[in-house]
Design a protein around this ligand. Sequence first.
Ligand code: COA
Length: 99
Amino acid sequence: MINLPFRSDDLATVAYSVFPENRGQGVAPRAVRLLARWALSDLRLKQLILEASEGNAASIRVAERCHFRYVGTCSGTVEGDRQERTVVFALEGLGSAGQ
Ligand SMILES: CC(C)(COP(=O)(O)OP(=O)(O)OC[C@H]1O[C@@H](n2cnc3c(N)ncnc32)[C@H](O)[C@@H]1OP(=O)(O)O)[C@@H](O)C(=O)NCCC(=O)NCCS
């Protein structure tokens, strides 16, 4: 599953999940690369945002393999009695001032 929720006309977030039995085979990075190319080239979005929990090493690895750049780490969501920090990545389209 891969989603592209829009935050504005030219900015969207990428979110993904792979069934447990299919993980570790490069499915997510392939899907993210295909979606990113389509969103930045065909849809002409200026920027994609990818957010991962700080403890989600597999998801952070997906962002890195897809050449998203690290933006920063923020306080994120509260899970029970602990706060999980969120790592934020971005990928800009060609011609974007953010490159
Ligand atoms: C995150 C997720 C989408 C990755 O999908 P995938 O198709 O298995 O991705 P990959 O096969 O490329 O594996 C991810 C990378 O993380 C590594 N990895 C996998 N599990 C890991 C773990 N527990 N700790 C560290 N690295 C891990 C893999 O070895 C791979 O790294 P590599 O490129 O250096 O070999 C999948 O684990 C998932 O669906 N998780 C639950 C939902 C989720 O967390 N979604 C993302 C929300 S931001």
